[in-house]
Every structure is written in C-alpha cells, then in structure tokens.
Design a protein around this ligand. Structure first.
Ligand code: FAD
Length: 454
C-alpha cells in the first residue's frame, strides 16, 4: 500500500550549495519551502567579493560581514567530476565564457550553482536580502517562529536604508548557513604587544599588499598551501608555521627560495620578533592566520544546540538534535568531505524524515548513539574540535544516509577519484590541478553521467 506523505512548511536558512540542494530535495518530497538568503544572490561561498572586511582579523561581532572567504586566484581543490551534485554533474560547457578546466576557477562554480538553481527553478523559493535573526519554538507547540530582517529603502532620503523585521511560523527549519565566515585565530603568547600587522585568510584576496614583506603564515590547509605560494611571488620571505610540522623542524619549501617551513610559533615580542618552537627567530611584518573557521549560529539561542570548542551538539549523525528532531536540522556541518554530494544525501534524509517516509530512532536511542560517538572520539584522543572532521569516514557516512532514504550510495569512481586526487595533491602540490594520472576514472565518470542520462 502506498504511504501517504505529509507535506510540511519548511524554512531553509541560506542559499549556498547546501540550501539550494536542500530546497530541491524538500520540494521533491512534497514540502512547501521558503529559503531565506541574507545576500542579493544565490551561491554563498562561491560569490567572490573583492572587498574584505575592514577589521582584518574579523573579531568585531558587530562588524558588517562579508560572507565569502574566496581569494581572487582560487581554483577548486577537487576535480569537477567529484565535486558536482550526484544528479546534476559539473561538466564543462561548450561556451567561450565558461572555464572548461577540470579544476576550474571560482566563478565557474558559481555559474554551475546558478545553472542548477535555474534548471530546478529554485530561485522562486528564495527570499533575497532577508536575514534570519532569530529562530525559536512557539510556546506550547513544536512549531518554529522565524524572525527575519529585510532591507527596506525609505523614500525619505534622510533615513536611507533601514530594515523591516517580521515573524513567520514554520513546521521545520533547516540550517544551511555555511561555516567559513567566522574566523578562528591562533593564540600566540605575547601577541598584544607585538607591533606587526595581523590578518585572517577570510580577508585575503590578492598578494599585492604583501610586496617586500616578511610574512608569517599559520596553517597547513589547502588555502594555506595556495596562499603561501601565491604570496611568495611578491613577498621578501614567507615563513609557514604549522602544527603538523615536528618541533625541531626547519626547512626550505621544495621549489621555492623564499618559503620556509617551521613548527608552531612559541612567542612574539615587542621588538617585532617571532620565535618558533624550532628555535628560529624571524623579524616579521605580518602574521596571516590561515587557521580555519568557527561554527556560528547567532540566530539560535535556546541553548539546546550549542557550539563547544567547535563541536555542534548534541546532533544525531551531524544533522538532528534529538530533542528537536526532526523539526530542526543542519546541512553541511562535516568537513574534510566532498561537500555537494554530502549535502544532497543529508537533504534527502531530512526531506524523507519530515514527510514520514523514513523514521528516526527514538530520542533516547539517538542520544545514546551520540554519547557512544563522543566516547569513541575520546578513546582515540580526537579533540572535540574535530567532531565534524569526516576524513576517511565520509563515504561510509554518505552510504549510511543513502541507505536510510533507499537511494543509491556514492559512486565507486567518485571514491577512487577523490583518493587519486588526494594522493596527487600530496605528490604535486603546485601542479595537481593541471597534471594527473586518473584519466581512466574521468572516462568512467562520463560514462556514468551518460548512463544516468544526466
Ligand atoms: P555557504 O556557501 O557559505 O552558504 C551559506 C549561505 O547562507 C550564504 O549565502 C549566506 O549568505 C547565507 N546566510 C548565512 N547566514 C544567514 C542568515 N542568518 N540568514 C539568511 N541567510 C544566511 N568545496 C568544494 O567542493 N570544492 C572546493 O574546491 C572548495 N574550495 C573552498 C575554498 C574556500 C576558501 C572555502 C572557504 C571553501 C571551499 N569549499 C570547497 C567548501 C565550500 O564552502 C562548500 O563547497 C560549499 O560552498 C558550502 O556551502 P554551504 O551552502 O554550506 O555554505
């Protein structure tokens, strides 16, 4: 007997890749969807803004926020075949205005997301320049009151632009607000009296301001690798400090005569010196923190979901807080993943739980699962801040989500291509985007796209 599915009134916060695919999956499942987007266009991270925030460390909570952390030269760190949504592949377009490269520049990703939104008519669900400022339970009910502010241009020039605040009631809320906007800054002994400049990679756009400077760059992520190399083209010296480098280590970066790799910074001093754990001392002009970001949900203040040392919790499978499930959910929290397909799986799961097609375990069972997960992290000495770091588990996680919804899991070629790219990046950090050895997997991916008639 066919199950009758329940249609819910659902609010989605954010129209980046996660919010777009969530809106699509929710509507496919029969829900009525409104997407709230603070900016004037879709795309989130992929909307490059040449401006940076005025506070180079972005510490002021009342600052006017620039959402994207992209720099001008950024090319994807995943090949397009791996990166795209599962049923809307990111294939090169035979159009001169498009970037056909396998690891394209950031504009191409934005154009792809715009194509996706157009194809599935997602924009008609989006309310632009509308920021969600508060999400709270309506008293004595399981419904949500979503408070938002919308830009208003007053006719009276004296008052200029203002905001209208309004409330609406929803059955469910999906949080898709991204987590690469609120910088995390390294703690450095002596920093308050160090005379140099500091900035976070959130505000890095182009290398020119680093001309002839001695730069200390902290971090070892993909952005840190790209930015250190780009800056070295204009800077006098670039010293990279990284937790993943052993204490005594100090060496020149292979292929560069002005990049050095160090262990972490031990302290900085009033005379402008920076002392590393390896004993080296450098007189530096600027410290560039490529130290990642914090989860940040300023609109959620009920204390049921908290962020503790970058652990968002308690969440069942990184998605549902048991007490509020399935009426509140999060898409896109895990990192070190292939983001777009994972957003797709999480969204399918949420949509089918909301409609009643798929059941969640009992609240107590979900809590037990979370507790067991936290204990397993502790037992392996994994710090709290790595709770959502998926790494090697991401494909099992995707397949678990797929099994919940009764859909096909992650493609074998996608897994293999992801591994091949990771190895290639390790071996050829400077050229992996243009030289590779997995052409056979590209063929397989393209055959798969044709077979699925995508
Ligand atoms: P976002 O894209 O950040 O979108 C969140 C949206 O929510 C934004 O539009 C924002 O305006 C909106 N919003 C936030 N708060 C509110 C509010 N209160 N009310 C209304 N709207 C709100 N991924 C890859 O797959 N390949 C790559 O090569 C890659 N490179 C990256 C490089 C950098 C430098 C960074 C920072 C990330 C990179 N990523 C990459 C990861 C990237 O973040 C994800 O691919 C993806 O874009 C995240 O989508 P999202 O929808 O979760 O968040």
């Amino acid at each position: 007997m066919p199950i009758s599915l329940t249609s819910r009134h659902v609010a989605v916060i954010g129209a980046g890749a996660a919010g777009l695919v969530a809106a699509r999956e929710l509507r496919r499942e029969g829900h009525k969807v409104v997407v709230f987007e603070r900016e004037a266009q879709i795309g989130g991270t992929w909307v490059y803004d040449p401006h940076a925030e005025p506070d180079p460390l972005s510490l002021d909570q009342n600052r006017s926020i620039i959402h994207s952390s992209l720099y001008s030269s950024l090319r994807t760190n995943l090949p397009r075949e791996v990166m795209g949504f599962r049923d809307y592949p990111f294939i090169s377009k035979a159009d001169k205005t498009r970037d056909p490269r396998r690891f394209p520049g950031h504009r191409e990703v934005l154009l792809y997301l715009q194509d996706f939104a157009r194809e599935f008519k997602i924009e008609e669900m989006v309310r632009f320049e509308t920021e969600v400022v508060h999400v709270g339970l309506v008293e004595d009910s399981k419904k949500w009151k979503v408070r938002y502010k919308k830009k208003r241009v007053d006719n009276d020039a004296e008052f200029g632009i203002g905001f209208n605040f309004d409330d609406e009631i929803y059955d469910a809320v999906l949080v898709c607000n991204g987590h690469y906007t609120e910088p995390r800054v390294a703690e450095i002994p002596g920093i308050s009296s160090w005379p140099g400049k500091q900035m976070h990679s959130h505000n890095y756009r182009v290398p020119e301001p680093f001309q002839d400077q001695v730069v200390i760059l902290i971090g070892s992520s993909s952005s840190a690798v790209d930015i250190s190399r780009e800056i070295s083209g204009v800077a006098k010296e670039v010293h990279v400090a990284s937790r993943s480098v052993a204490n005594e280590k100090y060496e020149e970066q292979h292929g560069y005569d002005n990049i050095w790799l160090h262990s972490m910074i031990e302290s900085v001093h009033e005379d402008g010196s920076v002392v590393f754990q390896n004993g080296r001392i450098v007189q530096a002009d600027i410290i560039l923190h490529c130290t990642g970001y914090k989860y940040h949900f300023p609109f959620l203040t009920n204390g049921i979901v908290t962020v503790d040392d970058n652990r968002v919790g308690p969440l069942y499978k990184h998605v549902f807080p048991p007490i509020l499930a399935p009426w509140l959910s999060f898409v896109g929290l895990p990192w070190k993943v292939v983001p777009f397909p994972m957003f797709e799986f999480q969204s399918k799961w949420i949509a089918s739980v909301l409609s009643g097609r798929v059941a969640l375990p009992l609240q107590e069972e979900m809590m037990k699962d979370i507790e067991a997960f936290y204990l397993s992290l502790e037992a392996s000495n994994i710090p709290k801040r790595y709770t959502h770091n998926m790494g090697d588990h991401q494909f099992d996680y995707n397949n678990w989500l797929a099994a919940q919804c009764g859909c096909e899991g992650i493609e074998e070629w996608r897994k293999q291509m992801y591994c091949a790219t990771s190895n290639n990046r390790r071996l050829r950090p400077d050229t992996y985007r243009d030289e590779w050895e997995d052409d056979h997997l590209i063929l397989e991916a393209n055959e798969d796209f044709i077979q699925k008639d995508l």
